[in-house]
Design a protein around this ligand. Structure first.
Ligand code: SF4
Length: 422
């Protein structure tokens, strides 16, 4: 057993730097340019069943993580994952390769393919050791539309397709952009990352782009990177991926399979892979919205995958309220939790019986609020086995109703929904 010594709570985990949690080691696997091959996905399912608890999370950065890997089985898990080409060449490369890719880019005929440029930035991150100094949570995203945020989630540096080139935005200043050509985009992103490192070095509290933007201004960062900045219209509305058949009119281009509260079992994933292999699909893209996107152009094949997913209890319709819910592992997977968040979230869905549709919900096992950074319509924060309810906010915001019994959260949320409708 050679689990590294830095297994401390709060470490941003990888496969080579796993994190110890309440149910064992978390081994996080990052896709390449947003995608896994179907054979790699099957290898992940197999490794989860053999070496972990059999539960796999899809994170809000589109990574897959094995849960419940024991100290004794960790080395074998890494050997199996490495054989499927899922392990980076070093822990430093793995840590810096935080790249989220629009899962619809190159699949939806209206979205250009940004996977190639995302792959090139991953290569640059792996090859340029200066960038390994970036903080562990620092990330990049690539959008195939004019909306720089992928799945509604900000990244430190966001790159969006714009005509033949790209717009680059920074977290905390999405009203500004830098227009670059396809030939210049990698070097521009690299220079922005280096500008961040220069400015962040002035104060070690500055760990994310948003904080550096707040301290120095986005214009200063672009200037330091030698880039021209212009204003950007922020009133674009771009549909994000959802569950079910993905199509434009009669043109089918994919299927989205939602993972209830971001989790899938090894058995469910294995069966999904079998259906994808039967349909002769090659790849799957991961969405920060906890959806697996399979590119497929034939309706019959798309329906084969949807049926397989539905038969195992995965989400195949866009209206499913669980797609709008962020739920942390809770007491079954985290020692900080004082409630069984996943059981309580299921109870919430059952009690509200459809009326939760359209509302975002965050259920958190403690005040840390790991599962969601942005505001939700309803945020439930566990404290000593009960919940505090926050409306239209995040963990730490003012509490609308304190000390709610876990059995009563459904009725409580229902009352708030009725009140806001009256
Ligand atoms: S929010 Fe959830 S996962 Fe995060 S520390 Fe608290 S209980 Fe654990």
């Amino acid at each position: 057993m050679t689990v590294p010594a830095h297994l401390i709570k709060g470490w941003c985990p990888g496969a080579l730097r796993p994190m110890r949690s309440g149910d064992g080691l978390i081994v996080r696997i990052k896709p390449r340019a947003g995608a896994f091959s179907i054979s790699a996905l099957a290898a992940i399912a197999d490794a989860a069943a053999r070496f972990g608890s059999g539960e796999i999370d899809l994170t809000n950065r589109g990574n897959l993580q094995l849960r419940g890997v024991s100290d004794d089985s960790y080395d074998d898990a890494i050997t199996a994952l490495r054989a499927a080409d899922l392990i980076d060449r070093s822990a430093a490369v793995e840590a810096v390769r935080n790249v989220v890719v629009d899962p619809l880019s190159g699949i939806d005929p209206e979205r250009p393919n940004v996977c190639d440029v995302a792959a090139r930035i991953e290569d640059a991150l792996a090859d340029d050791a200066r960038l390994w100094a970036l903080p562990g949570k620092f990330g990049f995203s690539f959008s195939g539309s004019s909306e720089p945020m992928v799945g509604g989630r900000a990244a430190d540096i966001m790159i969006a397709a714009a005509g033949d080139g790209f717009d680059i935005c920074l977290d905390g200043a999405t009203d500004l952009r830098c227009e670059v050509t396809a030939g210049d985009v990698i070097d521009s992103v690299r220079r922005l990352a280096m500008a961040f490192l220069d400015l962040a070095a002035k104060d070690h509290e500055l760990r994310r782009m948003k904080a550096v933007v707040a301290r120095f201004g986005a214009a200063r960062i672009f200037e330091l990177a030698g880039l021209q900045v212009t204003s950007r219209s922020v009133d674009v509305t771009v549909a994000s991926v959802s569950a079910g058949l993905l199509s434009r009119g009669d043109l089918v281009f994919g299927v989205g399979i939602g993972l209830p509260f971001g989790r899938i079992t090894a058995d469910q994933l294995g069966r999904l892979c079998q259906s994808a292999e039967a349909a002769k699909l090659k790849d799957v893209f991961t969405s920060p919205q906890r959806i697996l996107v399979f590119p497929v152009a034939e309706r019959a094949k798309a329906e084969l995958v949807l049926q397989a997913a539905a038969s195992t209890g995965l989400i195949v319709v866009p209206e499913d309220a669980r797609l709008q819910m962020d739920v942390c592992p809770g007491s079954s997977g985290c020692r900080n939790a004082t409630t069984d968040t996943r059981a309580d979230a299921r109870h919430l869905v059952d009690v509200l019986n459809g009326s939760l549709s359209g509302y975002s919900v965050h259920v958190s096992g403690c005040e840390k609020g790991c599962a969601r950074q942005s505001a939700a319509d309803f945020t439930l924060i566990a404290r000593a086995g009960r919940y505090d309810l926050i409306r239209n906010g995040v963990a730490g915001d003012p509490i609308a109703l304190a000390n709610v019994d876990a059995d009563d959260i459904g009725n409580t949320v229902s009352r708030f929904i009725l009140d806001s409708a009256s």
